[in-house]
Design a protein around this ligand. Structure first.
Ligand code: SAH
Length: 346
């Protein structure tokens, strides 16, 4: 298979030009076209034909195919089911906010972390996405919206820190001035808590927002819903977060999906508040998205409100995630699964 040209950094393309006896400035011209969202080498207007042919010979340039766009009737959310070059399906979500357009991208086909409430992980992990495949979700999103995307969250299917090198290359590309030029502060990377990678990422010294999927205040409770808790303790995760805060001076986000009778009691809230007190952090409460693969149910509005107020009373900053596009199979991994199932049943 040819190399996906979207996987290349400017320096790498310039090197390629040199090796192929082309002037280095062609690298910048070519990459400029790529980030305009073209999907054919023939669309590169100022590139000589001979070079276009060489590029076609060596590289592939294929944006994922749009299999389906689900549009929410409640808000402006659009969920995309995309097919990669090898036929694998992934999901991305486009959200329109007052402050601009956001996209939630996938980093792997499926996921192997095994969180009990999550649909992405039900069939395990098929493969990592390349940096170019993660970027191309944004390029497709901008085409669909016909507008620029200014915020990126790595919260789609997959565990970003289980695909560390490609995700880092993606961050380099998406923030590069020759790339999509999105500021580091407009990127959020969400992890279930792979501790050594949190340290490694902290040492990269970016301004990217780190979000941790915590979902429980104790290791015992966390182990019931997140297998990764058997590997790393909450104490180890919080130590790593404090290192991240020290290095970057950035506020860390803790995601907490509220599941009825599992982690949503007043005691849970108090214990969580005590655990996080004094930390430069923010808690994002997510009413669990109910999926048919499990029996987890959403907490009542009253329970969610009480949970939030208790955290606030301890001085913890907290928000409840608005349920974007709840009418269109909200949780990660659901679109792909329901689409694959419907194909199998035909
Ligand atoms: N693997 C990464 C990022 C992908 S999941 C991580 O674990 O952070 C993005 C967020 O959605 C995580 O906090 C995840 O725990 C949460 N999530 C997954 N399925 C969910 C569901 N059914 N309801 C609510 N939140 C869910």
């Amino acid at each position: 298979m040819k190399n996906n040209i979207l996987d290349y950094k400017l320096e790498e393309l310039q090197d390629w030009m040199k090796t192929n006896k082309e002037p280095a400035f062609r690298g910048k011209q070519v990459i400029g076209w790529l980030y305009k969202g073209i999907d054919s080498f023939d669309d590169m207007k100022n590139i000589p034909k001979a070079l276009t042919e060489k590029l076609k010979d060596k590289f592939s340039l294929s944006l994922p195919k749009i299999v389906k766009v689900y549009e929410s009737k409640i808000d402006n959310t659009k969920k995309l089911l995309l097919a990669l070059e090898d036929g694998n399906l992934i999901e991305s979500v486009l959200m329109k906010y007052k402050h601009g357009n956001s996209i939630c991208v996938s980093t792997q086909v499926g996921c192997r972390m095994g969180c009990k409430f999550c649909a992405s992980t039900v069939d395990g992990m098929k493969r990592n996405l390349t940096a170019g495949e993660i970027i191309s979700q944004i390029l497709v999103g901008e085409k669909i919206l016909n507008e620029r995307i200014s915020n990126v969250v790595l919260m789609g299917s997959g565990e970003p820190f289980d695909n560390y090198d490609n995700v880092n290359k993606f961050i380099d590309l998406v923030t590069a001035d020759y790339g999509l030029n999105i500021g580091q502060r407009h990127i959020t990377i969400s992890t279930c808590g792979i501790v050594p990678k949190i340290y490694e990422f902290a040492d990269k010294n970016t301004q990217v927002t780190l979000a941790i999927s915590l979902h429980a205040f104790s290791d015992e409770k966390r182990k019931q819903i997140m297998p990764i808790a058997n590997k790393y303790s909450i104490k180890e995760i919080l130590d790593a977060c404090n290192y991240y805060i020290e290095k970057t001076k950035r506020r860390v986000t803790f995601e907490y999906s509220l599941v009825k009778d599992v982690n949503d009691s007043k005691e849970d809230s108090k214990s969580l508040a005590k655990l996080l007190k004094g930390m430069l952090c923010h808690v994002n409460l997510i009413p669990v998205n109910e999926i048919k693969e499990n029996s987890f149910r959403k907490s009542s509005d009253k329970t969610i409100e009480d949970f939030k107020e208790i955290l606030k009373s301890y001085g913890i900053e907290v928000t409840v995630r608005r349920e974007m596009g709840s009418d269109i199979n909200a949780a990660c991994g659901q679109l792909r699964r329901s689409y694959l199932n419907s194909q199998q049943n035909q």
